[in-house]
Each structure stands twice: as structure tokens, then as C-alpha cells.
Design a protein around this ligand. Structure first.
Ligand code: PMP
Length: 406
């Protein structure tokens, strides 16, 4: 049997709980700034036009069936995904030092990476996350019994990067630790290291022989430029690191529910690199088989069609600029409304931060007040999903913030 001491009631997932509370709120002025999913200017989900096009092409393709994909997924998809993050010219690709395996979106990629490291990593298996990080990182790594720790990341005073704190913690960690890094558009803070800071971090990780684990959930979504958003990962690969990457196509293709993602393992350059890669691939296949047998096909087919067709690819880039551009405009609008209202505090961080989220600096109490008095839904840590703002509600939100800050 399952008595309460053995199976206690678990708390509801905070983010999905917030979504449910929002849905239940009957007020027409309500604003949803919780979940990180893109919304158009009318607060509606947006099917990317290029995705709609690919979807129609696929549905009309008489050769498609519902057979299983191979264990490592759709090869056209995984190889295009590797080129997308590493760059088509990456020496890691030409030297066959990369193994790519399709996963259940980004979450599945982080999970399979965690499971693989738990089973095979010969270094000091503590994983260091930024404080704060995507809440799911903690439970994904704890569930596979990897010890976790954190490095400082967000400076409350500047609402930017606590670079000194970050470096200090990374250099105090035991050699060969696993360092989880957000490739771009850090969730939840929207704060990324600069290129010079990434270079310093690479040097430090190399000195300490740490293992970088990149989580890449927002490529192209942050700046609107796919190569720019992949810069940090590509730099680390250039520096010869052995590393892994969890890649999600949920946000940049708007394929949230289709669970299209990829896990990449990059071996460092050496004469035995290809055989190391092949050994790693063989073990990943066993893990994949026992977890999901083989990954879901449809989302990967859509992404693959777009990634492998020059014209569709260009249309996708245009769609990415539409999404990132609208978000950047909302950042500007929110900051200028708050400044116009003379809301106490500084608000430059709203436009300095990038990507889907902004870490407003609002306290848990102010967040609760916003929900009570203005039907604004956001996570307790003061994070807002910028995509929930639009030209119809940004002023309403700014005024609500103004009232709780005063
Ligand atoms: N990592 C980070 C940092 C994220 O923000 C997300 C999306 N919330 C993911 C991974 C994975 O999301 P998904 O499983 O939907 O691809």
C-alpha cells in the first residue's frame, strides 16, 4: 500500500498552477505573464506561418506513415539541428566529433544528458546551476541522483549579472565539476554574459577542467539572429571543450506541444575522438531505448522540413524576427511607461535584459498584490514573460506596477 508517510502530497507545479488560476479568473482585464510561450499582440498563441506551411506540405505527403522513428530519431532533423547550433562549418562536425540524438523537447534533452552523466561521468559529479535557474533543472538532476549546487548569477542591486560571484563560485568548485550554462536568453532573469565575459568563463572552466552543459531553449528568439544566439556555444566548441547541449525547438518554432528537441554530445579534438563519440552514442541509444524507445515524429518532421529547405529557412528567420522584434518593442514600451509615470526605482534593466523573460525586481508581496488588485499573473520571483504584454495591456500593467511599487 501507499501510506501518506511513503507518498506525501506533492505541491502543484507552480507555473502550471499559475496557468490554471489565470484561466479561472473571469475578469476581462486579466493579464497572463506566467508561462514562457509566445503570444501575438492580441495575447493569442501564434502558429508561425512557416510552420503552418510545412504542416500543410506534410499532411499532403502520401509517402508519410506512422511508423517508428529510429532510436536516435529522424536523421535529417538531428543533423540539421546540429548545424543550427554549432554552425554548418563547425570542425566538430567535419571531424565527426558530434553525436546528436532526438529527444522529448528541451526537457527530455536535459534529462537524457543528466542520466548519461550520472551513469558515465568520471569527474566530480556535482552539477552547478545559476542561482536562479529554470526551476525544472533542480528536479531533473535530483531525480537521477546527481548532487547539485549553485553559483551566484543575478545581482539584486544592478539587476544584471553578478559576474564576480559567478566566477568565484566556479573557481571554488572541485575540478571536473559539471557547470550548467544557459546558451542565451537566460531563464528566468533575461541576463546573459557579454562575449568578453563568456571568454573569461571559458578560460576559467578550462583551467578547472569543468564540463560545460549548455541548455539552449531560445536560439533565434533572443536577438532574432540564430548565429548570434549560438555564439557562446560555438566559442566553447572552438576552444576544444568536451561538452553537451540540450536543444529545444519549442519556442523558436512555436512547437511547444510537439516536443521536438535534440541532445548533442561534442567530444574534444583528439585522435580517438571519433571512437569516443561512437562509444557515447552507443550508450545514449541504450538509455533512450529504456526511457522512450524512440522519439515522437511529427514536430521533428516539421522542423526538419524547414531547416533543410533554403526558402522555408529564410521564412523562418523572418518569423523569428517578428517574435523577437515584438518582444523588444514591449520592453521599450514598458520601460518608457514606467519612466513616464515616475515609478520609483530604475527600469533600464527591462530593456537591458533579453529574450522571453524579464526579472522585474518586484518582491513576492508585490507580485501577490498585483494578482489581487489587478488580475496580473506572474511567478513569485518577479519574473514576467514579455510575450504576455501587448499594445492593449502594457499601459494597464505599467500602472498596476506603479501602484504596488509606491
Ligand atoms: N531549458 C530552459 C532554460 C527553458 O526555459 C525551457 C523551456 N521553459 C526548457 C529548457 C525546455 O522546454 P521544452 O521541454 O518545452 O523544450
Amino acid at each position: 500500500s501507499f501510506p501518506e508517510y511513503a507518498v506525501p502530497q506533492a505541491p502543484e507545479d507552480p507555473l502550471f498552477g499559475l496557468m490554471a488560476a489565470f484561466r479561472a479568473d473571469g475578469d476581462e482585464k486579466k493579464v497572463d505573464l506566467g508561462i514562457g510561450a509566445y503570444r501575438d499582440n492580441d495575447a493569442k498563441p501564434w502558429v508561425l506561418p512557416v510552420v503552418k506551411k510545412a504542416d500543410i506540405l506534410l499532411r499532403d505527403d502520401p509517402s508519410l506513415n506512422h511508423e517508428y522513428l529510429p532510436i536516435a530519431g529522424l536523421t535529417d532533423f538531428t543533423s540539421a539541428a546540429a548545424k543550427l547550433i554549432l554552425g554548418a562549418e563547425s570542425p566538430a562536425l567535419s571531424e565527426k566529433r558530434v553525436h546528436s540524438m532526438q529527444t522529448i523537447s528541451g526537457t527530455g534533452a536535459v534529462h537524457i544528458g543528466a542520466l548519461f552523466l550520472r551513469k558515465f561521468y568520471a569527474g566530480a559529479p556535482t552539477v552547478y546551476f545559476s542561482n536562479p535557474t529554470w526551476a525544472n533543472h533542480n528536479q531533473i538532476f535530483s531525480n537521477v541522483h546527481l548532487p547539485t549546487s549553485t553559483y551566484p548569477y543575478f545581482s539584486k542591486s544592478t539587476k544584471g549579472l553578478d559576474f564576480a560571484g559567478m566566477k568565484n563560485a566556479i573557481s571554488s568548485a572541485p575540478d571536473h565539476s559539471i557547470i550548467l550554462l544557459h546558451a542565451c536568453a537566460h531563464n528566468p532573469t533575461g541576463v546573459d554574459p557579454t562575449r568578453d565575459q563568456w571568454k573569461e568563463l571559458a578560460m576559467l572552466l578550462k583551467q578547472k577542467r569543468h564540463f560545460p552543459f549548455f541548455d539552449c531553449a531560445y536560439q533565434g528568439f533572443a536577438s532574432g539572429d540564430l548565429a548570434k544566439d549560438a555564439w557562446a556555444v560555438r566559442y566553447f566548441v572552438e576552444q576544444g571543450f568536451e561538452l553537451c547541449i540540450a536543444q529545444s525547438f519549442a519556442k523558436n518554432f512555436g512547437l511547444y506541444g510537439e516536443r521536438a528537441g535534440c541532445f548533442h554530445f561534442v567530444t574534444s579534438p583528439s585522435s580517438s575522438a571519433t571512437s569516443t563519440t561512437s562509444r557515447i552514442a552507443s550508450q545514449l541509444a541504450i538509455l533512450q531505448r529504456s526511457e522512450i524507445s524512440n522519439p515522437p515524429a511529427y514536430g521533428a518532421r516539421i522542423a526538419s522540413l524547414i531547416l533543410n529547405d533554403t526558402k522555408l529557412f529564410a521564412e523562418w528567420e523572418e518569423n523569428l524576427r517578428t517574435m523577437s522584434g515584438r518582444i523588444i518593442n514591449m520592453r521599450k514600451a514598458l520601460r518608457s511607461k514606467l519612466e513616464e509615470l515616475g515609478t520609483p526605482g530604475t527600469w533600464n534593466h527591462i530593456t537591458d535584459q533579453i529574450g522571453m523573460f524579464s526579472f522585474t525586481g518586484l518582491s513576492e508581496k508585490q507580485v501577490a498584490e498585483l494578482r489581487e488588485s489587478s488580475h496580473v499573473y506572474m511567478t513569485k520571483n518577479g519574473r514576467i514573460s514579455m510575450a504576455g504584454l501587448n499594445t492593449h495591456n502594457v499601459e494597464y500593467f505599467a500602472k498596476a506596477v506603479d501602484r504596488v511599487v509606491r
